[in-house]
Write a protein that binds this ligand. Sequence first.
Ligand SMILES: [Zn+2]
Length: 98
Amino acid sequence: MKEKTKRQDGFRRGAGGVFKCRGCGKQTRATNETLGFKTCPPCYEIGGMLNGLSDGNVTVAEFMATCESLKGFDAELHLDSYAQHVIKEALEWERENS
Ligand SMILES: [Zn+2]
């Protein structure tokens, strides 16, 4: 009789498992929020906030404060050249309009 082998490492692959974030390239796991986006939680949050920032709905100060509060946030990893561009544009806009 064959004995069933059960993996005990708790590290499930496949659907809902570990994947490479398409934003920062870090290995990550999907959460309910990020499922289907293929990004890690910080990249997911930052992606949403960048839209608000470029629309003028979020200030640079608010954006940075939220970034710093994200679990696992790393400025070098998560603020790519696009993000830095949006931040720079928003800073210039704020300076001209304050
Ligand atoms: Zn990421």
